[in-house]
Design a binder for this molecule. Sequence first.
Ligand SMILES: [Zn+2]
Length: 564
Amino acid sequence: MKFSEMAYKRPDLEKVETDFNALLVKFDAAQNAQEQTEILGKINELKNEFTTYASIASVRNSIDTTNAFYEAEQEFFDVNEPLIKDLHIRFYKALGSSKFKDELQKKFGNQLFKLADVSLKTFDTSIIEDLKEENKLGTQYTKLVASAEVEFNGQKLTLPALSAFMESTDREVRKKAYIANQGFFAAHEKEFDEIYDKLVKVRTTIAHKLGYKNFVELAYYRMARTDYNAAMVAGFREDVLKYVVPLAQKLRERQHKRIGVDKLKVYDLSHNFNSGNPKPQGSSSEIVAKGQKMYSELSSETKEFFDFMVSNDLMDLENKKGKASGGYCTMFPKYKSPFIFANFNGTVGDVDVLTHEAGHAFQCFESRNFQVEEYYWPTMESCEIHSMSMEHLTYPWMNLFFGKDTDKYKFVHLSSNILFLPYGVAVDEFQHIVYENPDMTPAERKQIWLQVDKKYRPWMDYDGIDYLERGGFWQRQGHIYRSPFYYIDYCLAQLCAFQFWSKSQKDFSAAWNDYLRLCKAGGSDSFLGLVKLANLQSPFGKGVFEPLFKELETYLDSVDDMKL
Ligand SMILES: [Zn+2]
């Protein structure tokens, strides 16, 4: 079904609740596993129906934020989220205490039960008001950033509009744009401090109410991490420090030499070549057509997937007035349809949408027939394996988009993924320290940022910009405010994606088969279970980093970047 034909109506919450509770009563009273399985199917249908309406409202709201109807619908879902959460919790409780748990586990696998358990660890009706407060503060942050208008060259610009100038090949322009951008954050520093302070406090309160020492352990459960903990993540960060930071430092030195500046400053970091960044060729419809060709050649499964997306209008890619910024992938479970949202702007980001977001959507498409919605997607770090690995597995088709700039594209892509890791773990370490010491003052938190940043990004030169020199850099990172502890997921997934890159260099079809198996498994296993299933090594294991980053270094060394 085409997206435009998907009907929307606001769910009748009272009816949803009554139906849900009636099914739960039947579930408890069922006489055998078969009966419970059937009721479970009905519960799943009910959840799918609700989620589908919520997704339709959210997508239509983001496509046209000026549409008052869908804005009100979006608000309806936001306000009622805790209530739905409560229904899910009731279901998970019933599932956990099922008389036929063993048989159900055989049928659905352990992961559903692990997810149910972990979900119960994150919720109690006593925290509903605190959760609302947390959501409100998150929205406050989003609104504050979205409201930004900065003076630049006599014009008032939004932050996304300014970012084009921040990547200018003219150093004076990008420096000025960068200072204007940071100027906004510096001007609102007190508000950013206050929002974050309140977030740290309310999350700590929630953790205490649920019986945790601090927010850290709860945060891991919220991310449904069932097979790794903070100590293992600390070990991962150590590996990044040991094996990635020196390579990243070397890449920064090459960049320094390549762009020929006296010293690499903070505003030079996204400037890779004086000849400009690689740009995809053609209009947005031509880029989509190239994407269709790429996926039709990659495999029969990707062909079926991408044709489905195109023929059902399941991608909204053009940048339009009133459209929300950014890009994402979501799903309408009732129609077994993924959906991709983006804002094409003629940069390399457009191709990233067709690889990264399409990687998410492809996995969802391959997992669409699972009997329970919990398995349509895995946990976040696993989701990012699909998307980030697709970016690497589509390298052989990048010439369609970049022509003679293809080597340049690959060089920038690989280097920037390596350079991301030190930043990613710095954000993670920062959050661990902050939530382990919730009473720190905003100034103390900024000091912590400076320490962590210096450790993982020794090349960082804030060029005397006061706000940054005092440790304000992290305040532009929305995840730190809205999705605590999420950032490490990208790093863990990148370690898996690099393994796919390495494997695809040696045996492409073996790499592809592993990838496909992973996508088909959806969320039916935990992170480390999926990693194993995909024939990957655990990012927490010993001996994973060293050979992988040696191989990446050898490849990057073989590229003469001065000639790109
Ligand atoms: Zn992603």
